[in-house]
Ligand binder design. Structure first.
Ligand code: S3P
Length: 423
């Protein structure tokens, strides 16, 4: 529905998806109890919980509180069935690394979207470490079968900027003989590195290389998950786009590897301010206030892309309303997300009247287009669904949005929060 008189109020966005996954995984392989606060109980993170429960780990969930009773890597047990990761790329890719070193057989599967996503980017370095992995098309696609065994450390240069691949190798590296060193082409989210330290592990990071020593023991701890900046992004956009808006977003994660969206908003001329929380937390966070403003088109590319990769759909919507053209380049990774996000973003927004040209690695978006009403779909992609719901706020008579269930993957209360801001 269109929001005629602006959005106002305060929102506490749910816990960070990437950090919630990792808190459960590291809790499951650590020794002792881990308590997680502000966990994201979205479908993706619940898939991670369910996979580790099947591997014999006791995990109790109560809303956003999770308690994990870890017995170390040795505490994991073979599961006779198929482990189903649902829609979650982070679950499957990180678990592939982790289970490459555990002495049993695991079979991993997922939904229709996961079936199309490439796993060879993880399989290839893991095989170099000595892992035995198979899947359709020589380990490229699910179902994936892993026969865990002894691993050896490697030096690996990531061909694509991917935190999931980096994290999978780190989880294998933790169990490998000797040192594992990973070099990135551009910095990607470093939640795994931070989490290893939080659980008492040692990891060295210098410029674009991270080095981990195998054979380390991790210990259970408390993890306080900050709000997800990737979820906050939809409200940062809604506040910027809907005239008369002022939205306060509480406790948003501000890890530098994730704040590319704030740099883009600033360059586009958005009106927002950030109040960083004081205190020495392992992941920085703070509150953000955003108000409606006029925006201008910009060019986005290079090393900034991995720091805002999940925000590009909502940035594309912002660009349709900015003055002048916006160019997004170096973002071919969008083509292998939950959907081909270059085509789904352009295709759905065009149905509402946007002018978007797609390129192999991005989009060229004409600003200042009036969006009209129409019928659109998320294509089962949570971030496309939320982007389109925000688009509906600025369409004269609203839109018909299909396939909204997908939004529960990362933001189950999205519509409740959105409605609470309408005057
Ligand atoms: C994630 C990494 C990113 C991101 C995904 C979550 C993670 O994927 O798009 O939503 O938690 O490590 P890539 O590593 O494939 O870029």
């Amino acid at each position: 529905m269109p929001a005629s008189s602006g959005l106002s109020g305060e929102i506490r966005v749910p816990g960070d998806k990437s950090i919630s996954h990792r808190a459960v995984m590291f809790g499951a392989i650590a020794h002792g109890t881990t308590t997680v606060r502000n966990f994201l109980p979205g479908d993706d993170c619940l898939s991670t919980v369910s996979c580790f429960q099947k591997l014999g780990v006791t995990i109790e969930t109560a809303g956003t509180d999770v308690k994990i009773s870890g017995n170390g890597l040795e505490g994991l047990r073979e599961y006779s069935g198929l482990l189903d990761v649902g829609n979650s790329g982070t679950t499957i890719r990180l678990m592939m690394g982790l289970l490459s070193g555990t002495p049993f057989v695991t079979r991993l599967t997922g939904d229709e979207s996961i079936a199309k996503r490439p796993m060879n980017r993880v399989t290839a370095p893991l095989k170099e470490m000595g892992a035995t992995i198979d899947g359709r098309e020589n380990g490229k696609f699910i179902p994936i079968t892993i026969t865990g065994g002894r691993l050896k450390g490697i030096s690996y240069s990531l061909p694509v900027a991917s935190a999931q691949v980096k994290s999978a190798i780190l989880l294998a590296g933790l169990q490998a003989e000797g040192e594992t060193s990973i070099t990135e082409t551009a910095p990607t989210r470093d939640h795994t590195e931070k989490m290893i330290r939080l659980f008492g592990g040692k990891i060295k990071t210098s410029s674009n290389t991270v080095v981990i020593e195998g054979g380390q023991k991790l210990y259970g701890t408390g993890v306080n998950v900050p709000g997800d900046i990737s979820s906050a992004a939809f409200f940062l956009a809604a506040g910027s786009l809907v005239p008369g808006s002022e939205i306060i977003l509480k406790n948003v994660g501000l890890n530098w590897t994730r704040t590319g969206i704030l740099e883009v908003l600033e360059k586009m001329g958005a009106d927002f301010s950030v109040m960083r929380s004081s205190g020495d937390t392992y992941e920085p966070s703070g509150d953000i206030v955003v108000k409606h403003s006029r925006l201008k088109g910009i060019t986005i590319g290079g090393d900034l892309i991995p720091r805002l990769i999940d925000e590009l759909p909502i940035i594309a919507l912002l660009a349709t309303q900015a003055e002048g053209e916006t160019i997004i380049r170096d973002a071919s990774e969008l083509r292998v997300k939950e959907t081909d996000r270059i085509e789904t973003v352009a295709g759905e927004l065009r149905k509402l009247g946007a002018e978007i040209e797609t390129t192999p690695d991005g989009m060229i978006i004409t600003g200042g287009t009036k969006l009209g009403n129409g019928t659109v779909t998320s294509h089962g992609d949570h971030r496309i669904g939320m982007m389109l719901a925000v688009a509906g706020l600025i369409c004269k008579s609203g839109i018909e949005l299909h396939d909204t269930e997908a939004i529960a993957v990362s933001y189950p209360d999205f519509f409740i929060h959105l409605d609470s801001l309408k005057k």
